[in-house]
Design a protein around this ligand. Structure first.
Ligand SMILES: Cc1cc2nc3c(=O)[nH]c(=O)nc-3n(C[C@H](O)[C@H](O)[C@H](O)COP(=O)(O)OP(=O)(O)OC[C@H]3O[C@@H](n4cnc5c(N)ncnc54)[C@H](O)[C@@H]3O)c2cc1C
Length: 463
């Protein structure tokens, strides 16, 4: 194990741009026994522990609030056996992808940031564009090795332990479940809750507050060929076109949206983007015969231009645009000295047409530069504000809050994939109210000294 006390500032930040992180020491353990010793000692001495993965999170969840940082960077095991893999928490998504590239299988959850770690994506229950068809991280994790807040190492297997009469019972513990109704939309806000829920689901998405994930067993999917289409169109046509694409007949596995402002951000780097006042819908289909899709596209006379990706090189180009937009936003905000202000709202399909119009109207009235992009197939968009000064920054926060209230009133979520971390706690409280007190009971039962992920999720903790 390595212990670092100097030059550790890079561990104080994540991609949210949240400032003020601090800690005394970074531990880089090699195995779960070392993690267990660090955690048991921290618990006994009531020292906060922040688990650090790839630090690509966008909610400040990995930004430490004092105490120690536990980095998973040496948890690099990758064992692949047919349609399963056992992977160390510190493995980057790009490393897993690389290890799978010569097999017939792939790992479907595909957050665009490939420097995220497996542990981090499980702790935030991350998702990616292909989740439209394949589902999110939670759907692919079937076992985990976890170190609990008192240092005990447990192995959790999906299907072994289920909630009964309000409790999860395991390893001599009786953990109360929050038992509330989650919004019926794509959601990663707060702890998971469902009648009869599986123990493993409590840890997935718990943002480093309930245990240290050391290793995960993953389910893989058979690799199939996809063809991608990047179509440019006027904003007014997007919702109608989206409905068409959602017809299962077209075998669509991913639908992403980029507004005109997002395309403008990366136009210089991706010169194939046509000029003009267009937004774009990017979709992939698993249909083997492209003719059906092409016939359908031909009939949509409002499409301005279509780019097709049917090989690895062109697919990489599309993925490049998708990844570059959020990256560029983060760079701009960092240069301007602001933390990220990005929504992660999702609603259900019925409310989406109205909320899409509402976002556009509210943003146009706000007079603050912004971009909108994201997983429109799942009614889930990222609105990023790009304030140019402090006044605009303050106003952006107000507009954000107004939109959050609207989304909540429609039964949506304030976080569909990024989690709550330190910068979205207020909105979690707005969304869940008293259910948050019940989540706190779960937290207390597993971490009575509040050492893990201090400052994340619960609004009344210091950040
Ligand atoms: C350009 C860009 C694009 C992105 N695109 C997407 C996207 O498409 N979809 C998406 O969902 N997210 C996306 N993200 C956000 C980010 O990549 C995800 O939230 C990711 O899951 C974070 O993983 P990480 O390893 O970087 O975690 P970190 O940022 O290091 O940590 C995140 C949280 O997980 C906890 N944690 C980390 N490892 C462990 C562990 N082993 N045990 C317990 N807790 C742990 C941390 O304490 C913290 O609370 C994007 C980010 C960027 C910068």
């Amino acid at each position: 194990m390595i212990e670092k006390r100097e030059f550790i500032e890079s561990y104080f930040e994540d991609a949210s741009g949240l400032s003020g992180g601090f800690a005394d020491v970074v531990y880089i353990p090699e195995n779960e026994n070392e993690v267990s010793r660090i955690i048991a000692k921290s618990s006994a001495e009531k020292i906060p522990v922040t688990v650090s993965g790839g630090r690509t999170g966008v909610t400040g969840a990995a930004v430490p609030s004092g105490g120690i940082i536990l980095s998973t960077e040496w948890f690099k095991k990758i064992e692949i056996t047919a349609s399963r893999a056992v992977v160390g928490a510190g493995v980057f998504l790009c490393e897993l992808e690389d290890a799978l590239k010569d097999t017939d299988f792939f790992y479907p959850p595909d957050p665009t940031e490939k420097n995220a770690t497996l542990g981090g994506t499980v702790a935030t229950d991350a998702s990616g564009s292909r989740c439209f068809f394949y589902g999110r991280t939670r759907d692919y994790i079937d076992s985990m090795k976890i170190v609990l807040a008192d240092g005990e190492i447990i192995s959790v297997k999906r299907g072994d332990i289920k909630e009964k009469n309000g409790f999860l019972r395991f390893a001599g513990r009786k953990i109360p479940c929050a038992n509330f109704e989650m919004p019926r939309v794509k959601n990663s806000a707060g702890y998971f809750s469902k009648k009869g829920m599986d123990l493993i689901d409590l840890f997935i998405g718990s943002e480093g507050t309930l245990g240290v994930i050391c290793e995960c067993g993953l389910r893989l999917e058979k690799r199939i060929r996809f063809t991608g289409y990047f179509v440019f169109l006027k904003k007014e046509r997007v919702i109608g076109f989206l409905k068409k694409l959602k017809n299962p007949h077209f075998g669509v596995i991913l639908i992403e949206y980029f507004d005109e402002n997002s395309l403008s951000l990366v136009k210089d780097e991706f010169t194939q983007i046509p000029s003009g006042k267009f937004c774009a819908v990017f979709f992939e289909t698993k249909l083997k015969d492209a003719r059906e899709i092409e016939d359908m596209l031909e009939k949509q006379d409002f499409l301005a231009e279509i780019l097709v990706a049917d090989n690895e090189k062109t697919q990489r180009f599309f993925a490049g645009i998708r990844h570059r937009i959020p990256e560029k936003i983060n760079e701009i905000m960092r240069q301007r000295g602001f933390r990220k202000i990005s929504t992660d709202f999702a609603t259900d399909g019925r409310a989406f047409g109205d909320i899409f119009e509402y976002y556009e109207k509210t943003l146009a009235e706000s007079n603050i530069p912004y971009v909108v992009f994201g997983h429109i197939g799942e009614n889930h968009l990222h609105i990023n504000f790009l304030p140019q000064n402090r006044t605009q920054f303050a106003r952006a926060i107000e507009v954000y809050e107004k939109m959050a209230k609207k989304v909540i009133s429609l039964g949506g979520t304030v976080s569909a994939e990024h989690g709550i971390g330190k910068i979205k706690k207020k909105y979690l409280k707005m969304m869940y109210g008293p259910a948050l007190d019940r989540m706190l009971e779960t937290k207390k039962a597993l971490d009575k000294n509040f050492i893990l992920g201090r400052g994340n999720i619960f609004p009344w903790q210091n950040t």
